[in-house]
Design a protein around this ligand. Structure first.
Ligand SMILES: Nc1ncnc2c1ncn2[C@@H]1O[C@H](COP(=O)(O)OP(=O)(O)O)[C@@H](O)[C@H]1O
Ligand SMILES: Nc1ccn([C@@H]2O[C@H](COP(=O)(O)OP(=O)(O)O)[C@@H](O)[C@H]2O)c(=O)n1
Length: 201
């Protein structure tokens, strides 16, 4: 018992990875995981997994994604929280979340913490549209009509979250145009210079 009480509790290190649809968040997350050993939690992947597992929320989530809208925060935050709690790795890359101020406030309330770092992949709309249409993963939302809706939702609901964290000095803005390696060259020094990551198990 005493051994557990004496065990050091380290705070998690949380990075939110934001950017419009197709800006390259998932691609860069894979490189960050490879280099810095984070646990990657993609909100979109967790929601798609719920649809595939035919959970009680599956059809609601599918309809919401088809419309390019945002799934109720309660549902998404619970999925993220469950993954965080069951992970031994406490360095988290939370990708595609928070997508709205409602998402952000629900995370802060339910998980009870703020991110250490927010990465924002800034990409022109035409490039995002091209990448999403070329993605070819058979996603129900990678078609021109849904992309237009997702871009509108990004501008109206996600940019305010980026502004909120910018005012807190937490946002690192990355130019998402270029090769995957060129973009990662901008990401690398952010984590390489971060002493706090080294304190986290
Ligand atoms: N720097 C890049 N240049 C060109 N295409 C890219 C680049 N980064 C990612 N892609 C491609 O663009 C598409 C969207 O990238 P992805 O990482 O899935 O974006 P997001 O997670 O932001 O939706 C994928 O098909 C990916 O292979
Ligand atoms: N926090 C989130 C993340 C994704 N989603 C839904 O999942 C869809 C796909 O998100 P994603 O992050 O996998 O993909 P991209 O739009 O970044 O390409 C979004 O358009 C939303 O419908 C959500 O509702 N809430």
């Amino acid at each position: 018992m005493e051994r557990f009480l004496l065990q050091e509790q380290t705070e998690p290190f949380i990075t939110f990875v934001l950017g419009g649809p197709g800006s390259g968040k998932g691609t860069q997350c894979a490189k960050i995981v490879e280099t810095f050993g984070f646990k990657h939690l993609s909100a979109g992947d967790l929601l798609r997994r719920e649809i595939a597992s035919k959970s009680e929320y599956g059809s609601m989530i599918l309809n919401t994604i088809r419309e390019g809208k945002i799934v109720p925060s309660q549902v998404t935050v619970k999925l993220i929280q469950k993954e965080m709690e069951s992970s031994d790795n406490k360095k988290f890359l939370i990708d595609g979340f928070p997508r709205s101020e409602e998402n952000r406030m629900a995370f802060e309330k339910i998980v009870g913490t703020e991110p250490n770092v927010v990465l924002f992949f800034e990409c022109p709309e035409a490039e995002m549209v091209k990448r999403v249409l070329d993605r070819n993963e058979g996603r129900v939302d990678d078609n021109i009509d849904t992309i237009k809706k997702r871009l509108k939702v990004f501008e109206e609901l996600n940019l305010p979250v980026i502004n909120y964290y910018s005012e807190k000095g937490k946002v690192f803005k990355i130019n998402a145009v270029g090769t995957v390696d060129e973009i990662f060259e901008q990401v690398l020094p952010i984590f390489a210079a971060c002493e706090a990551i080294k304190q986290v198990a």
